[in-house]
Design a protein around this ligand. Structure first.
Ligand SMILES: NC(=O)c1ccc[n+]([C@@H]2O[C@H](COP(=O)([O-])OP(=O)(O)OC[C@H]3O[C@@H](n4cnc5c(N)ncnc54)[C@H](O)[C@@H]3O)[C@@H](O)[C@H]2O)c1
Length: 340
């Protein structure tokens, strides 16, 4: 092993965990250790990636002096405990989304990050999805003018996606926080921090789950931009994040699984006619974890700033929690953003 390679541990050996391990290897860092409480995936990935250190208890890794960083890909409720343990031991951390399930937990994690001086990045992977990256670049370049209305959806069927030991089936793990955070984070990334949300929810698909399965929410974004998010964890269709960005000069329609994005641009000087929609080719890479790990390691090496800071991850959780609250109280809710 090359001496300047970072030693990284990945905690959690699911399909997502495996993508993170592959990302570490693709970046040229050292997959130093892996961990899972379940024997079978642990052994399988130990063999597949030829990792010498594979443990069932993450605490065995925390104080290893050679370890530089940990990537946490475990059920949401474990994020705080594991992140804190690694940060306090002097390791940098990439933690999967959602950062945690409440704003208070996120604030605690941010304080630990500040106290330890280590780096904490949150895995909001939609910021690496090629179609969304392309849409944001066009919006930032003014291609569709000023934003008017932004919308995104997280449409998923969780019937068979209950997680190991059914961890997703949890009254504290609302679909808006657990999965809808992708759509909410995408809109925050594109349009800034909304100030207020008004949401409605129902519960008609996953009747054996303890949470509403479908939510619709309207947001007030800065600069008088309006937004809408639809979250379903019980819809009968393939996973999609169809998103539309309407501007004063054009419109972009995109999602996370299509090989093109659609751009409508106004014809210069003629407000009555519009160009035909252009289909712009884009790489399909819904879980672009390789790009996420690439950015994390580059940030640890001082080449770039952390692309998704703990404040960003925490702010997305804040919007998610306010959305759930609004649907519960049937009132608009002002969003309380995290404070350090
Ligand atoms: N970025 C994305 O698009 C995306 C997609 C799926 C999941 N996730 C996130 O990744 C995390 C894991 O989700 P998943 O789909 O991989 O779940 P999963 O249930 O498929 O896998 C979780 C793994 O963690 C292991 N585990 C549980 N407790 C553990 C512990 N104490 N120590 C070590 N390992 C433990 C389980 O045995 C299991 O192998 C969640 O936070 C989820 O929100 C993100």
């Amino acid at each position: 092993m090359c001496e300047n390679k970072l030693n990284i541990a990945v905690i959690g050996c699911s399909t997502m965990g495996k993508l993170h391990m592959q990302g570490v290897i693709n970046k040229g860092a050292n997959l130093y250790a892996i961990c899972d409480t379940a024997e079978e995936p642990l052994e399988a990935l130990k063999k597949e990636f030829n990792v010498s250190l594979a443990v069932k208890d993450y605490r065995e890794l925390v104080n290893l002096p050679e370890l530089n960083a940990a990537v946490i890909v475990t059920p949401d409720k474990l994020h705080l405990e594991m992140t804190e343990a690694f940060l306090r031991a002097g390791k940098d951390v990439l933690c999967e989304k959602p950062m945690a399930l409440t704003v208070e937990e996120c604030e605690y994690m941010m304080r630990v990050e500040q106290e330890t001086g280590k780096k904490l990045m949150i895995g909001q992977v939609c910021r690496c999805t090629p179609a969304f990256v392309m849409a944001k670049e066009m919006i930032d370049a003014g291609r569709i003018g000023d934003l008017i209305f932004v919308e995104s959806e997280y449409a998923h069927n969780y019937t068979r996606a209950r997680g190991a030991d059914d961890w997703r089936v949890d009254p504290d793990r609302h679909g808006v926080i657990g999965g809808g955070c992708h759509a909410i984070d995408l809109l925050r990334w594109i349009a800034g921090d909304p100030t207020e949300v008004y949401a409605h929810a129902n519960h008609k698909s996953l009747l054996d789950w303890p949470v509403d399965d479908t939510t619709i929410a309207i947001y007030k974004f800065p600069n008088d931009v309006m937004g809408k998010v639809f979250v379903s964890i019980g819809c009968k269709r393939n996973y999609t994040m169809r998103s539309v960005f309407y501007g004063t000069k054009g419109t972009i329609i995109c999602d996370n699984t299509s090989p093109t994005i659609t751009l409508f641009e106004e014809v210069e000087g003629d407000h009555k006619s519009y160009t035909k929609p252009q289909e712009l080719p884009v790489e399909v890479n819904n879980h672009n974890i390789t790009a996420e790990i690439d950015a994390f390691v580059s940030a640890l090496q001082g080449e770039i700033d952390l692309p998704v800071t703990s404040m960003e991850g925490a702010s997305t959780v804040a919007v998610c929690c306010a959305t759930v609250e609004s649907a519960k109280v049937h009132q608009p809710v002002r969003i309380r953003y995290p404070e350090l």
